[in-house]
Write a protein that binds this ligand. Structure first.
Ligand SMILES: [Mg+2]
Length: 151
């Protein structure tokens, strides 16, 4: 098989960035707020499991978050931009045909059998996690708008 596209997407990107240099936040519900602490724009898996919604206005949920033990962070775009650059540099090492799509997503041209692609995706996820601390998901499909495999 040739001519496939992999979409690499950082998981819960802003919340994951907050954890990189604060390991004590791992395993805890973490949310990141929009500019001026308006509303929730990123949630860790633990915060999602508690039912915290994207867009939740901080001033309405502040007490509830305290009760639930949700760790709240103001957004830090300098940090997110830096972590994004680190992730994208690693992806470029995996393939010269990397297209940065957003701060936490990139398309890569890939080719190979399903087994080879699964191994490639697994190695990519492990490398990005090990070198940056950011967990990513990889979806592989014939085109940028179709998804047929997620590893
Ligand atoms: Mg993402």
């Amino acid at each position: 098989m040739t001519g496939l596209v992999a979409l690499v997407d950082c998981n819960n990107f802003y919340a994951s960035c907050e954890r990189v240099f604060q390991p004590a936040l791992r395993g805890k519900p973490v949310v990141v707020l929009s500019n001026n602490d308006g509303c929730v724009i990123a949630r860790s898996n633990e915060a999602k499991a508690l039912g915290v919604e994207t867009g939740a206005p901080w001033h309405l949920y502040r007490k509830r978050f305290e009760e639930l033990g949700v760790v709240v962070r103001s957004s830090n775009y300098t940090l997110y931009g830096d972590m994004s650059a680190r992730v994208m540099t690693i992806l470029a090492d995996f393939t010269p045909s990397r297209e940065v799509y957003s701060i936490d997503e990139a398309f890569l041209d890939v080719a190979g059998s399903p087994d080879v692609l699964a191994e490639h995706a697994s190695r990519l996820r492990q490398t990005v996690l090990q070198w940056t601390g950011i967990p990513v998901s990889v979806g592989i499909a014939p085109t940028k708008v179709l998804e047929s495999f997620r590893g």
